[in-house]
Design a protein around this ligand. Structure first.
Ligand code: ATP
Length: 148
């Protein structure tokens, strides 16, 4: 029996800001995840939206910080199973962004159902602190570009 595999496309960002000269990247703890589970901000493409636009919008909505697009970093691919048992194949395009304005964690109330907390991770620690392998690779690419 062939099982249906749903597809999802999302886009997100490695948003970099220098704090006291040291590059950091914005990470969120998704609502419902244990303390210490850090992920990159991302979300589903709205109809008609280009992935780089989604990345800028989602980063802003989930972190409170506006970014400027630098370049695409790559695609992260994984599968997961929804509560109803449906398997989902997902591709998330990640972009390197630099912070332009806003304060981390100052987000709209409606976003709190998705985001439990946000913090700046030192970029050289992000490949170890992020929870998912694909996102760790994206952080490493940003680190290669910005240094520690
Ligand atoms: P989006 O942020 O794109 O709107 P979502 O919150 O609906 O997405 P995901 O973040 O894709 O959904 O999470 C769905 C499941 O996949 C969760 O169980 C999560 O732990 C897992 N997951 C999230 N990112 C990754 C990843 N990079 N690699 C493997 N599993 C992941």
């Amino acid at each position: 029996m062939g099982r249906k595999l749903e597809r999802e496309f999302s886009a997100g960002g490695v948003l970099v800001r220098r704090i006291r000269g040291r590059p950091h990247c914005a990470a969120i703890r998704p609502q419902g995840k244990a303390a210490g589970v850090w992920a990159l901000p991302k979300g589903n493409l709205d109809p008609g939206e280009r992935p780089e636009e989604t990345a800028l919008r989602e980063v802003w909505e989930e972190t409170g910080v506006r970014g400027k697009l630098v370049e695409k970093l790559g695609d992260v691919k994984y599968t997961y199973t929804r509560r109803n048992g449906l398997r989902v194949f997902k591709i998330v395009s990640f972009y390197l962004l630099t912070a332009s304005s806003g304060r981390l964690g100052e987000i709209e109330e409606r976003m709190r159902v998705e985001v439990a907390e946000a913090r700046w991770l030192p970029l050289d620690e992000a490949p170890r602190l992020l929870a998912y392998g694909g996102e760790r690779q994206m952080a490493q690419l940003a680190l290669d570009r910005f240094g520690a």
